[in-house]
Design a protein around this ligand. Structure first.
Ligand code: TPP
Ligand code: MG
Length: 154
C-alpha cells in the first residue's frame, strides 16, 4: 500500500496523496516509511486501527463461525512516526475528524494519522444483507454484486 502511495506522489508531484489503510496492511510495508521520508513524498496516510486483521476475521467468522488469532499488538504510532521523521496525529473523536484531516493535508508530509475504528457494525450489516438476499433470488446478479458474493462465499 505504502509503495503505491509513494508511487502516486512521484507521478503527481504537485498533488498531495492521501491513502487510507488498515493497521495490518500498513505494518506489512512499514519499511517504506523510510522511502517516503527520503523522497520527501507528499503523502498522508490514515491508518484505521482495529488491533487486528479485521477483514480476515470477518471472512472467517462468516465462513467458519469463528476465527483464528488475527489480533495485532500495534506499535506506539507516535514513536513509529517520530523514528522515521514523519509527522503524526491521532484522532479518536468523529467530531474532530474533519479538522484533523484538514490539518494533516495542510502541513508538510509525510504524515501519519491514526484513527481507532470499531468494525462491529460490519457483522450487523452482514446479517442485514443476508436477510435482504432472501428476497433477491430473481434479481439480476450484476445488480447486487456485493450481496451475491456474500451468498456464494457462505
Ligand atoms: C500482500 C497481501 N497479503 C495478504 C492479503 C490478504 N488480506 C486482505 S485483507 C487482510 C487483513 C488486513 O488487515 P488490516 O490491514 O488491519 O485491515 P482491516 O481489515 O483490519 O481494516 C489481509 C491479510 C493482501 N490483501 N495482500
Ligand atoms: Mg486492522
Amino acid at each position: 500500500m505504502l509503495l503505491r502511495t509513494i508511487s502516486a506522489a512521484v507521478i503527481g508531484p504537485n498533488r498531495k496523496v492521501m491513502t487510507i489503510v488498515g493497521d495490518g496492511g500498513f505494518l506489512t510495508n512499514v519499511q517504506e516509511m523510510e522511502t517516503a521520508r527520503r523522497l520527501n513524498s507528499d503523502v498522508a496516510v490514515m491508518v484505521w486501527e482495529d488491533g487486528g486483521y479485521g477483514l480476515i476475521e470477518w471472512e472467517q467468522d462468516n465462513t467458519y463461525g469463528g476465527h483464528a488469532d488475527l489480533s495485532l499488538r500495534n506499535p506506539k504510532w507516535g514513536l513509529l512516526a517520530e523514528s522515521f521523521f514523519w509527522s503524526y496525529n491521532y484522532v479518536d473523536e468523529s467530531a474532530a475528524l474533519l479538522d484533523t484531516i484538514k490539518t494533516v493535508l495542510d502541513r508538510p508530509a509525510p504524515s501519519l494519522f491514526v484513527a481507532p475504528i470499531d468494525y462491529r457494525e460490519n457483522a450487523i450489516l452482514t446479517k442485514h444483507l443476508g436477510e435482504i438476499t432472501m428476497g433477491l433470488q430473481d434479481v439480476p446478479l450484476a445488480v447486487y454484486p456485493l450481496v451475491i458474493s456474500r451468498v456464494e462465499s457462505s
